[in-house]
Design a protein around this ligand. Sequence first.
Ligand code: IDC
Length: 465
Amino acid sequence: MKRSTAAVAALGVVLGAGAVVLPQATAAAQGCRVDYTVTSQWQGGFQAGVKITNLGDPVNGWSLGITFPSTSQRVTQGWNATWSQSGSTATATNIDWNRSLATGGSTEIGFVGSWSGGNPTPTSFTLNGVACTGSTGPTTTTTTTTTTAPPVPRNPVEANGQLRVCGVNLCNQHNRPIQLRGMSTHGIQWFGKCYNNASLDALAADWKADLFRIAMYVQEQGYETNPTGFTNQVNSLVDLAEARGLYALIDFHTLTPGDPNHNLARAKTFFASVAARNAAKKNVIYEIANEPNGVSWAGIKSYAEQVIPVIRAADPDAVIIVGTRAWSSLGVSEGSNETEVVDNPVNATNIMYAFHFYAASHKDNYRATVSRAASRLPLFVTEFGTVSATGGGAFDRASTTAWLDLLDQLKISYANWTYSDADESSGAFRPGTCNGGTYTGSGVLTESGALIKSRISTPDDFPTS
Ligand code: IDC
C-alpha cells in the first residue's frame, strides 16, 4: 500500500464507551519478498527453506502466511519461528531474536512438511497480511519462488550412509531405524563364479536388494588354505557391492569346528587387514563368527571381546555383528535362550547379535524367542533359509512368510542363504545359472529364489531426515 495521510486520518473514530483509535500520521510502507526453496523431498514428505525479506518500513513483530496448493501439504515441524496451520495455510510467527526486520532486512526459517502428492511449492505468501509480491507495490511483480530439484537417493548406501546401532535398532545416518534386506553368497571358495558384475547388477537393480553378505568360510577349503587369496577375494566383492550402493556384510564363516576361539588368531589377522583396507567405506559391516556351536556363551563373548578391538583400531565406526550360541540361535538350539546374552552382553558398543533360522526346521518357539529378544537386544538375521537346516529339503513357504512378516514388523535386517546356483533347495538360482551370463528375470529362479526376490524387491522406505 502507498503512503496515504489523508485516508488514514479518517480512521480517528469513537468506539463505543470512549475508546478512541488515534489517527496515525502515516501508514507503514509494506512489501516483502519470499525466496522459497525445497531442499529435499521424498515419498510422503519434503523440507523447505524460506527466506523472508522485508521491503517496506521496519517491522517489529511479524507473521508469515504460507498458502499451499491444497490441504495435502502440512507443516509437521518448523524452526526459527512458531508454526501452525489451518486448512491449506500455514502461519509462521517470529520468535524473539528475529522479531525485528529493518527495511531490506531478511531472516531465514524452515520446515519439514508432509504431503500426499501435489506440489510442495506454495501458491502465495503474506507478511503481516500483505501479499509478498517482491516489491512495495501490490501487484507490480510476482512472487519470487525457487524450487531446486530434490536430491533423491539413488541407492541404499546413498540413502542411509554410515550405519550405527541405536538402542535395539540398526539406524542410518539420520539416526532413524532401518531394515536392510538382501542375500548371502554361498561359500565363496566354491561359488566364486556366481559373483561378478552381471550378478551384482541383478542383485541391485532387479532384486532391489540393500545388502550383500560375503560368506568366507574359514575351514572347508576356505580362508585357512590361502589367507591372502581369500582376503583379496572378499575385498573385491566389497568393491562390487560398493559400486552399486549395496551394504557389504563381511562374514567370517566359522562353522566346523564350532568354537570360534579355534580361529581366533586367523580372525585377528583377517579383520585387521579388511578393516584397515575398508575403513573409509560406508558400506561395510563385519560379522565376526558365523555360527558358534558346541561352545558356551562365555567362550563366544571372550572371542568377541578380543576380535572387536582389532576391528575398532582400524575402523572405529563400523557396525559389528556377533554370532550367538548354537548356530546363532541365541542359544535355543542347545536348550538355552536369549537371557544368557541379555544378562551378560559383549562389552562393546555399536554391536548387534546374529540370529539364524531355517524356516522348515525352526518355527514358533524360535519366532517367540526373536519376538521377545528384539526388545532387549539389537538383532540382525545375517543368514536364514526357506528350507531345512541342512540347506536342502522341502521349501517352506508358510513358515518363511511368517518369519519375514515378523522381521519386517520388527525392522530386523536379513540376508537369505543363498544367492547361488547350488544344487540344493536353498539356492536362489537354478543349477547352471552361474555358467551363463543371465541373472535377471524369473526364468533363472528356484521356488525359494522367487519368493525371496518378491519380498526383497518391494520398495524400501528409508527415512531421509
Ligand atoms: C551349507 C551349504 C552346503 C554345505 C554345508 C557345509 O548349503 O552346501 O555343504 O553348508 O559347508 C548354516 C551354515 C551354512 C550352511 C547352511 C545350510 O551357516 O554354512 O550351508 N546352514 O546347511 N547354518 C544353518 C544352515
